[in-house]
Write a protein that binds this ligand. Structure first.
Ligand code: UDP
Ligand code: MG
Length: 318
């Protein structure tokens, strides 16, 4: 029997945190008054996390363990969890207790009462994060907003509840390297939010070194990459036009006899080739952008209302 709620937790070398997590999460989950599964995704840990999880599962029947063969990264681990979660609702939660599990009942209530398909956990204050992390996060969300034109919730991380319809929609996207927090808002499901205080990591160290943060930023930006590609197109067009202007100037100057011998032919060759290349690269960029967005296969529109059938909820859509 499928449980009503799945709690998906990516775990990468969290041996110190896991017992603390169980102690906080279990009372909350048991108190929900509904069936649930806690789906831990072991993201190729090389510490004692697998053994600790096994031990936890011995007297916690609702605990499921999915183990990835190698470290695939936070977002990939969550995706793996979404793919095997069985619940009508799915909550994604970090293992390190930065996202307090006590918020889950409120998320579930919001989803039921407001009939929201997505309930974002929004951080009410980030004082537990370092100044660098706060500043970089702020710049990052702003950049994504400009690039994507989506209304990704500022300060919403990966702590959120999603309905079965939402999870199915995510699972059906073939896109690689997706950054879920920016993809979910583009799916257009009715949403609500719950604010919470983001705590310090309960134990262990962050598994997000600068290199992984940069990777995440690049994935986020290229995830909406028609914007940078567009910029390349415009740059190519402008450069190409500039080169044509230079070409014209060189020809006129040579006709008026105002140039050194050899100058005109050099400029014509360089500017002519440059202009053609830049224009072609710009055009290529447009096609690459189209192919990319085709590959991502995100929905291009959402019908909200049809006079024949009334309001359309995302769950009704094919
Ligand atoms: N994580 C993971 N794979 C990774 C890195 C992190 O599954 O390659 C998990 C980690 O165990 C934690 C969550 O992702 O549950 C968030 O990681 P962390 O707390 O280290 O990130 P931070 O909060 O410092 O941004
Ligand atoms: Mg953390």
């Amino acid at each position: 029997m499928a449980p009503e709620l799945s709690i998906v937790i990516p775990v990468y070398n969290e041996e110190d945190v896991l017992p603390l997590l169980a102690a906080r999460l279990r009372p909350v989950a048991d108190g929900l008054g509904t069936t649930y599964e806690v789906l831990t995704v072991d993201d190729g840990s090389d510490d004692l996390s697998p053994a600790v999880l096994q031990r936890m599962g011995r007297d916690w029947p609702q605990l499921r363990i999915v183990r990835l063969r190698a470290n695939a990264g936070h977002q990939a681990a969550i995706s793996a969890g979404l793919a095997s979660a069985r619940g009508d609702y799915v909550v994604t939660l970090d293992a390190d207790l930065q996202d307090p599990p006590e918020v889950i009942p409120e998320m579930l209530a919001q989803a039921r009462v407001q009939r929201a398909d997505v309930v974002y956990g929004v951080r009410s204050d980030r004082s537990s994060d370092s100044a660098f992390k706060r500043l970089s996060a702020k710049a990052f969300y702003r950049l994504i907003r400009i690039l994507s034109g989506t209304h990704a919730q500022v300060d919403a991380g990966d702590y959120r509840l999603m309905s079965r319809a939402t999870v199915d929609a995510i699972n059906s996207l073939p896109e690689h390297h997706r950054v879920l927090r920016f993809v979910v808002p583009t799916l257009g499901f009715p949403s609500a939010s719950v604010t919470y205080r983001r705590d310090e990591r309960a134990a262990g160290k962050s598994k997000y070194p600068l290199s992984k943060m940069i990777r995440l930023s690049l994935d986020s930006v290229t995830g909406f990459s028609t914007a940078p590609l567009r910029a390349a197109t415009w740059l190519g067009l402008l450069g190409g036009l500039g080169a044509f202007a230079l070409l014209a100037y060189a020809l006129i100057a040579s006709a008026l006899g105002q140039t050194l011998p050899g100058w005109t032919s050099t400029v014509v060759a360089v500017a002519g080739v440059g202009a053609v290349q830049l224009l072609c690269v710009g055009i290529l960029g447009e096609y690459v952008g189209r192919m990319y967005s085709h590959l991502q296969a995100r929905p291009t529109y959402f019908v909200a209302y049809d006079s024949l059938t009334g309001p359309v909820t995302p769950a009704d859509e094919p």
